[in-house]
Design a protein around this ligand. Structure first.
Ligand code: HEC
Ligand code: HEC
Ligand code: HEC
Ligand code: HEC
Ligand code: HEC
Ligand code: HEC
Ligand code: HEC
Ligand code: HEC
Length: 616
């Protein structure tokens, strides 16, 4: 894009803003709202909240979100830094401790030998990742903290290649990839929201950097617009941030150029000292609250505010509600849709009309795409200040959890109404609102499925004709395509295109899960395999065994977990090797006289060996 047109896009925003007050759509500030809550100077840090909010502060200190990023000294670290070794293909990694310091030593046939001192421990609920600086030979450029190539799986006490938690192709060996401060910082720590808005303020063609807000990934009618009401004040704020990051003051007044410079500078220069605090702090969600600390009647606001900024609802739409602002606060981070895996739910493509995300960490964006996000907030079901009790979350997906929904959808408050609506026994598993409307089909962090947070219906045209498996099959694991479709057409008066269904499943008489495992896109296959495992489906072994060598390693781990459930015993196949070697090992395990199994149809875009710096 030419500079002139880029300048114009900001100019257009500014011009549009001139009449905003008269249109009257901009959310009015409440009395007592802080004038500004996104700039560095607006942030006070979580410790300043402790004296007046001691209970919340104490709960939050124990919460996984807060403890997401830890400095290794004195922190809880699950991985055994006691000389433990991880072998991946021809490479080895060794976890060691010397005095107070922890080290990872990597010996790679392809990428050489490296020794790293651990500087950050990330996660720990399901897995731990590590950042470190190289301390031997070719030290990291500028002592940069790199993302180390091995993760630790807490539940199974096992190591695994970092990156295999998302849909990436098989890697040739162990190599550190990505600079911590450029890829993982803004979603796992506390930084001024202003920094996350630069991309959106710039508009199309903004320099890429982590942590950009979610709106461009929403449909046009759900995007908020950021209007700059005072360009010189924006320029001043940007110059201050660039000065803080570089130590020298940039010239120029043009906010558009300064936005690009600020984004590039953030990518290059942001270090731990540039954060408000390490880990997720109160103000990650509540916004900068310094004004409130000083004057308690100035209440924190989930809506971003700055003297030079106005947030506009989409044309013709009312301003965001409080629930929507909360959901958007969560969407700063729970919006992951950024590995290069090409597919989304609703038959969408990541680069073009993206649907919902197939994997955990996209919950808030998914939720914003769905039905209730203007009125229902994440906090209806989740405690923002502490870890959720898993039993309580599971109970939401039973008929007892329906009370959450019928508070608003009161016409489904009686058992008879649910029976008529859902065509299932209102007291049974098929009578749960959450079970049907937040289907359990996404890939969670622990090789178990988790809930897809886009509230829609299992009968939605895009889902039935664009996605596998049919959501009904999540509870009806042996059902065939034709019978489920016929029930949906009969009960809810729907009509589905048989050609599209045939293209998806090959045969309307086919069992939904088996056909998905055989023909689905990789994320669809993983879902089907996991459901087969949960259902202990007899006869699933061949499909699950074949998927142990799937081109996407994440699917291999799901397949192994499912296979262990079906067989009720550990699967003695080493997955830390080439697909070809896995196939041989699987064949030998199943039947010492058999020839190796055929691999599943390779996906169109596996990108083997690629190191993706922007994965989660
Ligand atoms: C000096 C005491 C004090 C400190 C420090 C303090 N608060 Fe408060 N906070 C209060 C009081 C008092 C209220 C209730 C105010 C009211 O309802 O009018 C409150 C209310 C709140 C609310 C509820 C707002 C609403 O919309 O109802 C939030 C959120 C909050 N504080 C967050 C924070 C955060 C985050 C920090 C630290 C950055 C913090 N507070 C620091 C005293 C404090
Ligand atoms: C766009 C925001 C975003 C970015 C960028 C991001 N993550 Fe995450 N990450 C998340 C969210 C959200 C979750 C929580 C998902 C859940 O609980 O289901 C998460 C979860 C994790 C977990 C699992 C935590 C646990 O306790 O099991 C690890 C480890 C992790 N991320 C590491 C990283 C690393 C390393 C990077 C940089 C390469 C990174 N993430 C970049 C948003 C992000
Ligand atoms: C992950 C996001 C998140 C973090 C981190 C967070 N809060 Fe909250 N907090 C919320 C949300 C969302 C609400 C509103 C809940 C609602 O109204 O449903 C809230 C509500 C509150 C309230 C209002 C009273 C209440 O109990 O609901 C106070 C006070 C508060 N938070 C203080 C804090 C303090 C202090 C911290 C840090 C120690 C903190 N919060 C960290 C999201 C967060
Ligand atoms: C600054 C980024 C960030 C924001 C903002 C954020 N989250 Fe998270 N959230 C994370 C990360 C990272 C994890 C992974 C922590 C882990 O598993 O160790 C996580 C984990 C979670 C979990 C699973 C762990 C638990 O605490 O039970 C839930 C649920 C959750 N977030 C809900 C929310 C909600 C609701 C909001 C908004 C009120 C929110 N998050 C805002 C980054 C964020
Ligand atoms: C109607 C209730 C409901 C609402 C609203 C809701 N969730 Fe959830 N969420 C659940 C349930 C139930 C699960 C557990 C899924 C499972 O384990 O089967 C879950 C799981 C999660 C997880 C994974 C937790 C883990 O242990 O890995 C995250 C993260 C999460 N939700 C974030 C959010 C965010 C962010 C929002 C708002 C944008 C939100 N949720 C709104 C019900 C809800
Ligand atoms: C705080 C109020 C509120 C709560 C609680 C609530 N919803 Fe909604 N829901 C709404 C609103 C508002 C809409 C949008 C209605 C419209 O567009 O006409 C909606 C729409 C829907 C839709 C239609 C979606 C679509 O794509 O057309 C479904 C399905 C739905 N809700 C299910 C649920 C379920 C299941 C629960 C409980 C987990 C729930 N709702 C809880 C307010 C709520
Ligand atoms: C067995 C699955 C199932 C269960 C259980 C279920 N629904 Fe639905 N729901 C559907 C289907 C299918 C549709 C779409 C119907 C259509 O398009 O005609 C739907 C549509 C909706 C809608 C949007 C259309 C409307 O009626 O306004 C809402 C709201 C809704 N459901 C709420 C609920 C609530 C609340 C519960 C729990 C009390 C619930 N559902 C339980 C399957 C279910
Ligand atoms: C959360 C789990 C769940 C979901 C989702 C679900 N069902 Fe069911 N279904 C059940 C259970 C349990 C029964 C048996 C008792 C009952 O509820 O009527 C059942 C019964 C049935 C029956 C009666 C015959 C039989 O197989 O027992 C049909 C037909 C059926 N479901 C079709 C569907 C269709 C079509 C969908 C998708 C729109 C669907 N179900 C979604 C759990 C579910």
């Amino acid at each position: 894009m030419s500079r002139a047109s880029r300048t114009l896009s900001l100019g257009a925003l500014v011009a549009a803003s001139a009449c905003a007050g008269r249109v009257g759509q901009a959310p009015a500030a409440r009395d007592g709202d802080p004038p500004s809550n996104i700039l560095r100077a607006d942030y006070a840090g979580s410790e300043s909240c402790a004296p007046c909010h001691p209970a919340i502060h104490a709960a939050w200190q124990r919460s996984p979100m807060h403890n997401m990023t830890r400095l290794p000294h004195g922190a809880l670290v699950h991985a055994p830094f006691d000389g433990a070794e991880y072998r991946y293909k021809d490479d080895r990694a060794r976890f060691e401790r010397l005095g107070a310091e922890r080290y990872l030593e990597v010996r790679s046939a392809g990428f050489g030998d490296h020794r790293y001192r651990i500087t950050k421990v990330i996660g720990g609920r399901y897995r731990e990742d590590f950042a470190g600086v190289e301390v031997t030979g070719g030290a990291s450029p500028g002592g940069r903290e790199e993302i180390l190539p091995v993760s630790y799986r807490v539940e199974s006490h096992a190591f695994r290649v970092k990156g295999y938690s998302v849909m990436v192709g098989e890697r040739p060996g162990l190599r550190a990839g990505g600079v911590w401060s450029q890829t993982c910082v803004l979603c796992h720590n506390t930084a001024p929201l202003f920094e996350s808005l630069w991309g959106a303020l710039y508009g199309a063609g903004a320099p890429a950097y982590q942590g950009v807000v979610v709106d461009r990934l929403l449909p046009v009618d759900r995007r908020l617009a950021l209007a700059v009401t005072d360009p010189p004040a924006l320029a001043t704020a940007l110059r201050e941030d660039i000065t803080r990051l570089t130590g020298s003051t940039p010239g120029g007044e043009d906010p558009h150029r300064l936005l690009a410079e600020a984004a590039r500078t953030l990518r290059e220069r942001l270090g731990p000292e540039g954060l408000v605090e390490i880990g997720i702090g109160c103000e990650s969600c509540h916004g900068g609250s310094r004004a409130h600390v000083g004057r308690n009647d100035l209440l924190p606001s989930f809506a971003p505010r700055a003297p030079f900024l106005e947030v506009r609802p989409p044309p013709g739409q009312p301003p965001p509600t409080r629930a929507e602002w909360i959901n958007r606060a969560c969407a700063r981070c729970h919006q992951v849709l950024f590995t290069r895996y090409p597919y989304t739910w609703e038959g969408g493509l990541r680069r073009h009309d993206p649907g919902g995300s197939h994997i955990t960490s996209g919950e808030a964006r998914d939720f914003l795409l769905g039905g209730c996000a203007r009125q229902m907030a994440c906090t209806t079901c989740h405690d923002p200040h502490g870890a959720d009790d898993p039993g309580r979350l599971q109970a939401l997906a039973t008929p007892a959890g329906n009370r959450v929904c019928v508070g608003c959808h009161d016409r489904y408050a009686t058992a008879e109404a649910v029976r008529a609506h859902a065509h299932h026994d209102p007291a049974g598993a098929g009578g749960s609102c959450v079970a049907c409307h937040l289907p359990r089909k996404n890939l969670g962090l622990g090789y178990e499925l988790t809930r897809y947070h886009r509230i829609g219906a299992p009968t939605d045209q895009a889902r039935v004709e664009g996605d596998r498996p049919l959501e009904c099959a999540l509870c009806h694991p042996a059902a065939r395509v034709g019978e489920l479709v016929a029930s949906m057409e009969r009960w809810w008066g729907k009509r589905y295109d048989r050609r599209k269904l045939l293209a998806l499943y090959g045969d309307l008489g086919a069992p939904v899960l088996a056909a998905t495992a055989a023909r689905g896109r990789p994320h669809e296959q993983a879902t089907a395999l996991a459901v087969m495992g949960d259902a202990r489906l007899p006869g699933a072994t061949p499909a699950l065994a074949a998927a142990l060598a799937h081109p996407y390693p994440l699917v291999r781990y799901y397949a192994r977990r499912a296979l262990e459930k079906v067989r009720g015993a550990p699967v003695p196949v080493d997955l830390e090797q080439d697909a070809a070697d896995i196939r041989v090992a699987v064949a030998r395990w199943l039947d010492p006289t058999a020839t190796p199994l055929a691999a599943p149809r390779p996906p169109p875009n596996p990108r083997p060996g690629r190191i993706e710096a922007d994965e989660d």
